[in-house]
Design a protein around this ligand. Structure first.
Ligand code: CA
Ligand code: CA
Length: 316
């Protein structure tokens, strides 16, 4: 390819460059500091490092009863565990919540280090994100090998829970409110021995956390287990209950607690053919009912809570 053609193909090169892995964000081993998202608060006393990383999360799934608005609590933690010289004097975080979730509160967890104070007001709460800054008390630094959870925030679903999952991404934002120069995703640390360039350093960080609210399974909506051709649910078929099934079909109307148990031939209907199928099996030893028979069970995708509610039979 001639040099001229190479230059003409610059849009292709640009795309390739943009697709290169962003290794800087994952290269945690070379960083002094980490900003992590925790799914649980951790203790107030050192050593914290092991517990911090045990609780690190990059995605959370929260079950929510139908109709309620989902909510969960996350913790931001700063870890300075890789270098004994990585002391932190103050820090600042910007976060943005994508649509689907919103941040509804931000606070310092109670009972955690007394050397924190907060300066700066949480703002822009909601899907547009928020800004907060936290400073250590004068003369204090974080321990050089890990620290406690430092910020607690509540993430709430943007709508009541329905059948569909509600998902959003909480991420550390681009840019810096009040900074004279822009910086990439990150929390900001300054007045710190971990600073790079004398002013601030970037965290080796989780880019954020995916929070997904899903409908909590309704236990009453589960299908039950049953034995086919056992319409009275006593564990086995009998002539007497098949006569009763005939009565229901022709005279009284079906009154089966588990409709599937009356479907002796397994064609998903309960009609005259079912007691006849059962009589034939019991009296003339013809083919047995299809599964679930003679033990308990259900047919996935066929048995439903409507056709055989949980607890409607003697089956476990
Ligand atoms: Ca029976
Ligand atoms: Ca049938």
């Amino acid at each position: 390819m001639k040099p001229l053609l190479l230059w003409a193909a610059w849009p292709l090169w640009l795309v390739l460059i943009l697709l290169l892995p962003r290794t800087w964000a994952q290269d945690c081993q070379s960083q002094f500091l980490h900003l992590v998202v925790l799914n649980a608060p951790i203790g107030a006393e050192p050593p914290w490092t092991t517990e911090l990383f045990k609780n690190v999360a990059d995605k959370m799934v929260v079950e929510v009863p139908a109709g309620q608005v989902g909510s969960t609590t996350l913790y931001a933690g700063i870890v300075s565990q890789l270098s004994p010289s990585a002391a932190v004097g103050s820090w600042q975080i910007q976060m943005t919540a994508s649509s689907g979730i919103k941040v509804t509160s931000i606070s310092l967890p109670p009972g955690l280090p007394v050397w924190f104070t907060r300066s700066g007001i949480p703002s822009l709460l909601g899907t547009s994100g928020f800004y907060s800054s936290t400073f250590l008390l004068p003369g204090k630094t974080l321990p050089s090998r890990g620290t406690a959870s430092v910020l607690r925030f509540t993430v709430t679903a943007s709508a009541p829970q329905g059948d569909s999952p509600i998902s959003g991404f909480l991420r550390w934002s681009d840019g810096c409110t009040g900074c004279s120069s822009s910086f990439l995703n990150g929390a900001l640390v300054w007045d710190s021995s971990a600073s790079i360039g004398g002013y601030y350093s970037f965290f080796c960080e989780r880019q954020g956390v995916q929070v997904t609210f899903v409908k909590k399974p309704d236990l009453d909506a589960r299908p039950g287990n049953f034995i086919r051709c056992d319409p009275d649910n006593d564990g086995k078929p009998s002539v007497g209950e098949l006569i009763e099934l005939l009565n229901q079909i022709f005279i009284n109307g079906l009154a089966l607690s588990c409709r599937d148990a009356g479907d002796c031939n397994g064609d998903r209907e309960v009609d005259l053919s079912d007691p006849l199928y059962g009589f034939s099996y019991l009296l003339f030893n013809t083919a047995p009912p299809p599964p679930p028979f003679p033990g308990c069970g259900r047919i996935e995708g066929v048995t439903t809570a409507a056709s055989c509610p949980a607890g409607s039979t003697s089956c476990p």
